[in-house]
Design a binder for this molecule. Structure first.
Ligand SMILES: [Zn+2]
Length: 391
């Protein structure tokens, strides 16, 4: 069949939306771009707490309706960037794009939490985690999402997120660049007919994307979150897939992750539009390795912290992210996250300090939460990185 998905060719040919190349996405820039380029597909479905517009793009004319929403957590932009890539792909007139648009109608909500997005926070302007607000819907943004869900008879939903760099693939020394979940519908984790459908589609995504991204895909924790969107939509019998973009080696601005995320979105929609019985092969879902909390950003191994010869530890460093007003891109602040025997954990970067001695003018010993500016004998560590050798 000429329209069949060929993942290597798709990876080769995929063009990312070149107007967006940073991890930070300014709400204003996004809104202007959508208005200038996709106006005929656009509906304003409401405004945020601080009166920013929330836009929905509707594209395709298929019978089955799919709802996607991005950035309900303001500091998780990969889904937004990938949804822009998806739009570009769908307008490319490639056969797969044509197939998707003829079988499905997509409603894509861009940046559900623009107030959080502006200042790079997970929560909305009033401090609510929108993904824990389904039941009470005390946030405007969740009210908008619920209204949208209730307006149409959706066959499928994609909930697009990012996960932190601490997540790896269970049993492997690999970061979880992508993770997927078919959310639970109860504490017991029963596999309902609705869950089987999203599991079957995740199994298809995994089969395809693991060919171009081997060992870096995992299954997100299926712990039941009674207040979260995905869990509730699956209870309402709308098959729902949680997408998580995670870390790829040396890719802190997540542009490689974004490409795989975009390919995963296209693959998911391709299977949703061509596969007759979505639940087929759902058992394979359980063979995807689980997410595990196995990484820190940087680990210094064998750092001596006192004159006591035996007092040698590992020091783990984790970045926190911020947007400085006026900047186009986020910046990273390295802080000490853990100290001690960290032999069961990995670092995205690992440095053997070879028993060099910790020294800081501000602290006698390393402290959790302190900024990672210190010395190890002749090494100068600045914002977590070994800057230069002093001697
Ligand atoms: Zn999230």
């Amino acid at each position: 069949m000429s329209t069949e998905l060929e993942i290597f060719a798709l990876e080769q040919d995929l063009e990312l939306e070149e107007n967006f190349t940073t991890r930070y996405v300014s709400p204003k820039k996004l809104f202007d771009f959508l208005l200038n380029n996709y106006k005929e597909y656009l509906t304003e479905i409401g405004t945020s707490e601080f009166n920013k517009p929330i836009f929905k793009i509707t594209i395709g004319n298929g019978e089955k309706r799919v709802l996607l929403w991005t950035q309900m957590h303001g500091n998780e932009t990969t889904g937004t960037l990938s949804a822009l890539d998806l739009l570009k792909f769908l307008k490319s007139e490639q056969k797969i794009a044509h197939r998707i648009l003829s079988r499905l109608t997509l409603d894509i909500i861009f940046m559900l939490n623009p107030d959080g997005a502006e200042v790079w926070t997970r929560r909305n302007a009033t401090g609510i985690d929108i993904n824990r607000d389904f039941l009470t819907a005390s946030s405007i943004e969740m009210q908008i999402l619920k209204e949208t869900v209730n307006q149409k008879n959706y066959s499928l939903a994609f909930n697009l997120h990012d996960q932190r760099t601490v997540f790896g693939v269970n049993g492997k020394k690999e970061p979880a660049t992508l993770a997927f979940l078919s959310p639970s519908v109860s504490e017991t984790g029963e596999v309902t007919e609705t869950r089987k459908k999203s599991m079957g589609l995740i199994a298809d995504i995994y089969k395809e994307i693991s060919q171009i991204l081997p060992d870096k895909i995992s299954r997100f924790s299926d712990e039941y979150y009674s207040r979260s969107v995905g869990d509730n939509l699956q209870k309402m019998e709308i098959p729902t897939i949680l997408f998580e973009g995670g870390h790829f080696p040396k890719d802190y601005y997540r542009q490689k992750t974004r490409k795989y995320f975009s390919l995963a979105l296209i693959t998911a929609l391709y299977y949703a539009s061509t596969k007759e019985i979505w639940e087929d092969g759902y058992e394979e879902y359980f063979t995807i390795p689980e997410n595990s909390t196995s990484f820190h950003d940087i680990i210094y191994r064998k750092v001596k912290v006192t004159g006591n010869k035996k007092n040698v530890v590992d020091i783990a460093i984790q970045y926190t992210e911020q947007i400085i007003p006026g900047d186009d891109e986020i910046s990273f602040i390295a802080k000490i996250e853990d100290i001690g025997d960290l032999s069961i954990l990995y670092g995205h970067e690992e440095i053997d300090a070879e028993v060099r001695c910790f020294y800081s003018p501000d602290a006698e010993f390393p402290e959790i939460g302190m900024q990672a500016d210190f010395q190890q004998d002749e090494w100068l560590i600045v914002n977590g990185k070994k800057l230069e050798q002093l001697l």
